[in-house]
Each structure stands twice: as C-alpha cells, then as structure tokens.
Write a protein that binds this ligand. Structure first.
Ligand code: OOG
Ligand code: MG
Length: 257
C-alpha cells in the first residue's frame, strides 16, 4: 500500500470511529503528499455516501497560528456529513476532543475556476453567514505539525452555519464574540481573518486553481477562525455573534450533549 493510502486509511478510520492516533513522524510524507492524503480520506467519505460541500481555510488569523504553533495557511475539504444544525443539539460522542471557533462562511453563486482578486470575489458569492466550526484533530493531545494537520483534513469535523444574508459590507471589522452559557469565552474581530474575510475567498480561489480544482456554484467557503479555539464541554449552550447593530451578520448557536 502507498503511504497515501496507508495514512488516509488510518486517519479516516480515526475520524469515523472517534479515536486518537499518534502523529506520523517528520518525513513520513511531504506537504504535497499530505494534500493527497486529505483527498484520499475524503474519497472514503464520498464512497460512504457523503457529498462534497466546499472548502475551509485554516490559520488565516494570528490567534489560530499562535495557539497551534503552525504559521502557514492551510485548506481542507468539507462534506455534508460535517454539517450540524443551527440551534440544534451537537452530540459530543461523535467527536474525539472537539473545540469550537468563530468563523464566517460564504456560499458561492458561480463556479470558481480561476484565481480571483478581492474586487472580483463578491461577484462570485451568493451570501455570507456567521458560523461556528467544530474542529477535532485526530492526533493525540490535539498536537500536530503542518504536514500532519493537512493530512488530517485540517481537523475538519463539524460546522454550524447561521442565517444567510448579503451583508458583505459589514464584514470588514465586525466584532466576534463566542459565549458558553451566556459568558464570553473568546472575543475578536473579523479583521483578524487575513485583514478582511473576503481575502479568504481570494486565497481559496488561488489554492483551488493551484490544485487544478473547480469549486461549483453553491459551495461553502469557511474563512478560518477569527480567535483561538475553545474546548467544548457537555451541556453547554454555545453561541457566536458576528457584528452588532443594523449591519450585524447575526448569530449562530448550538447546545452540546
Ligand atoms: C487546524 C484547523 C485550523 C482554522 O480556522 O484556523 C482552522 C486546527 O487548529 O486544528 O480550522
Ligand atoms: Mg476553522
């Protein structure tokens, strides 16, 4: 078996059965192979009936880079099997050691098949929403280096998307607040995401182009965590507000059990 298939099988099984595995030793695979492993593990999910839903970016904010000790932009693939309902109940038994982070999610209006500029990006988008990403590294103690986290599909596990709107103007420097049971656990701003969350769309378009992939219309693009991630615990009401006042993007929430 190739290293791609070997690692993809181990990581897919860990995600599917909710157990931790050791990081692979440095040099076990290259960064380019890590992206191949990511695709091979997604292929297994597709074989089980899941559908491609879009892409996510990782380490688009300093807060995330510092928390995890990785300072390169990364990207992963999203499937419908990862979607949790806004306002719903999230069963932590589906996860290994989940954390939550505040994000902004876009849905595309046109297929993205070429690198876009910031000016063009909005034309390709249908809507934007406040979102919460539930990340869940399959590696022991949530510890990894760049190659390992990419192979593990950038810790992708769950996502909760709030109400869609076309308030792209309100995105530049909107306050971001994550609360557990009404108490702030993380606060930040959307400006922490590459200076402006629309830059995440630009970056996604470049990365997709580099990988020879087209993102179909109707796909999600998760822009990356604006603050450090927070460990989830059972029986918590988790809420995220993005923006305030009339231009606010709104809120998204779930309860854990
Ligand atoms: C890797 C995923 C990073 C983000 O938004 O920066 C990510 C991790 O932190 O486990 O999703
Ligand atoms: Mg994220």
């Amino acid at each position: 078996m190739s290293v791609i298939e070997e690692v993809a099988t181990i990581l897919d099984r860990a995600a599917h059965d909710c157990h931790e595995v050791d990081q692979f030793p440095a040099g076990h695979f290259t960064l380019a192979q890590a992206y191949e492993i990511q695709r091979a593990s997604i292929a297994r999910r597709i074989e089980r009936g899941e559908r491609m839903k879009g892409v996510k970016l990782g380490f688009t904010s300093r807060a995330k880079m510092i928390q995890m000790g990785v300072d390169s932009l990364i990207w992963g693939l999203l499937t419908d099997g990862m979607i949790e309902e806004d306002g719903g109940l999230v069963d932590l038994a589906r996860y290994v050691h989940p954390r939550v982070e505040p994000e902004v999610c876009f849905v595309t209006r046109r297929a993205i098949d070429a690198p876009l500029t910031s000016l063009e990006a909005v034309d390709y988008l249908e809507a934007v929403a406040p979102a919460l990403e539930i990340i869940d590294s399959r590696y022991r103690n949530f510890k990894f280096d760049l190659e390992n986290v990419v192979a593990d599909n950038c810790s992708s596990a769950g996502l909760v998307v709030g109400p869609w709107s076309r308030r792209f103007d309100g995105l530049a420097n909107a306050g971001v607040r994550v609360q557990f049971d009404g108490r702030d656990v993380q606060v930040g701003t959307t400006a922490a995401i590459l200076g402006h969350p629309l830059r995440a769309v630009v970056q996604a378009s470049r990365l997709l182009h580099g990988a020879g992939m087209t993102l179909p219309a109707g796909s999600l693009i998760m822009a990356g965590g604006a603050t450090a991630a927070e460990a989830l615990r059972a029986a918590a009401y988790v809420e995220c507000h993005v923006g305030s006042g009339r231009g606010a993007l709104g809120r998204v929430a779930f309860t854990t059990r």
